[in-house]
Design a binder for this molecule. Structure first.
Ligand SMILES: Nc1nc2c(ncn2[C@@H]2O[C@H](COP(=O)(O)OP(=O)(O)O)[C@@H](O)[C@H]2O)c(=O)[nH]1
Ligand SMILES: [Mg+2]
Length: 398
């Protein structure tokens, strides 16, 4: 799974990305072999299974505090978006290509209303952050519409030759991993007939593309900079418009807390509603003041900085990801070296036991015969659909 961090310039994307990837950068353990220059490793927080099983996790990557296990996930720092990206403006196509690659995108907006469309600073409360969402939605939709338009002849030809229209369309959109079911649903919702695509007007095409984007590539909206007082009103409006998809965040507060924690000044785990000072005497006056502001303006008001919540909700709710724990020994929940619950893998919605085997190693994927549920000792077929929290031994063919 890959989580994209997207939005226009100056909303706090890089701050969010830095805060979310700081821990890994320090611990330096690399769970992923390949990583691009604009990628980093963040963590999704799940309730740990070790306490329930009466053992103590020994994670190879990430960490566990007995209550929560922090599971590595790749994050993508997407290039800043400008209006007109779909037509190639700014880093246009690079931006949209990043959006496409991500399983799910966290759309960061400036909830303080302190940056205009182009990302220039303006007085807080003067720009409408609902616009920030609409801009990205619109660029993405127009880009999809452009791909369909460019390939329309091909689609029409294939339909004439007997293909179903949703099948022909999904092929054209395969780079976006948009499936036939999503296409059919979008056509129905948008009131567009796929049978008469050859004569489709631009307005209908864009409307269809908007719905299709919403269904197939939903965003989690991080309403950032909530430490700024002007945000309050805007967060309310964002929630009215986008409901549960909105998570209030202060990326800056999270970065301050994670840095202070890694310097040993405070005890704080990502997602915690508070922190404790390790040694009052070691704090400089400036540090003390910064921490007090984080407490007053963010933690006390929102019960957390929201950064961890945004990652968790994006990966687990919006994308429907599942976290599973493969083991070699299904009685002790260990690998072959006796390490307890060494791996926790975040897989995409609907992943099967076979997908898990391939995610561990292609050779294991090829040789997997069946699985054993470590809790019940029941046998699981290769097409078993994984549930979050599953602890599974994969048995290989002889
Ligand atoms: N008040 C406040 N400022 C923030 C927050 N997050 C980022 N910023 C500031 O917003 C500006 C742009 O941040 P940056 O992460 O570079 O934005 P990007 O262009 O979207 O990557 C910087 O001055 C940050 O310090 C936040 O949560 N609260
Ligand atoms: Mg940036």
């Amino acid at each position: 799974m890959l989580i994209g961090v997207v939005g226009k310039t100056n909303v706090g994307k890089t701050t969010f990305f830095s805060a979310a990837t700081l821990v890994e950068a320090e611990r330096g353990n690399r769970p992923f072999v390949t990583i691009e220059p604009n990628e980093g490793v963040g963590f999704v927080r799940v309730r740990s299974v070790c306490t329930e099983l009466g053992v103590r996790c020994e994670p190879k990557y990430g960490w566990c505090n007995g209550r929560y296990r922090y599971v590595p996930v790749k994050l993508l720092d997407v290039a800043g978006l400008v209006v007109g990206a779909h037509a190639g403006r700014g880093l246009g196509n690079k931006f949209l290509d990043d959006l496409r690659r991500a399983t799910v995108n966290i759309l960061v907006v400036d909830a303080s209303g302190g940056t205009d469309d182009e990302g220039n600073p303006v007085p807080p409360g003067t720009h409408d952050p609902v616009r920030d969402v609409e801009i990205v939605e619109e660029e993405f939709a127009r880009w999809i519409a452009g791909i369909i338009r460019k390939n329309l002849d091909k689609v029409v030809r294939r339909v004439r030759a007997g293909s179903k229209p949703d099948e022909a369309l999904s092929e054209v959109l395969s780079g976006l991993a948009i499936g036939r079911r999503e296409i059919l649903r979008a056509a129905e919702t948008a009131g567009v007939s796929l049978r008469s695509l050859d004569g489709i007007g631009e307005e209908d095409l864009v409307r269809f593309s908007r719905v299709l984007r919403r269904i197939s590539k939903p965003f989690l909206i991080a309403a950032n900079k909530v430490d700024v007082p002007e945000s309050e009103e805007n967060v309310k409006r964002l929630k009215e418009q986008y409901g549960d998809a909105v998570v209030p965040t202060s990326a800056e507060a999270e970065l301050i807390l994670r840095k202070a924690a890694s310097a040993g000044l405070i005890r704080y785990e990502p997602g915690d509603p508070q922190f404790t000072v390790v040694d009052e005497a070691r704090l400089t006056e400036a540090q003390r003041r910064a921490l007090r502001l984080v407490e007053e303006k963010v933690l006390d008001k929102f019960g957390g900085t929201g950064v961890q919540e945004a990652l968790d909700r994006a990966a687990l709710q919006v994308a429907g990801g599942v976290v599973v724990f493969p083991v070699e020994n299904e009685s002790r929940y260990t690998d072959k070296d006796g390490r307890v619950l060494p791996d926790a893998l975040l897989l995409e919605r609907g992943s099967t036991l076979k997908d898990l085997a391939y995610a561990i190693h292609s050779e294991i994927g090829e040789k997997a015969a069946f699985g054993i549920d470590a809790r019940t000792k029941m046998r699981l077929g290769l097409d078993y659909v994984l549930k979050s929290g599953d602890v599974i031994k994969i048995v290989l063919k002889r």
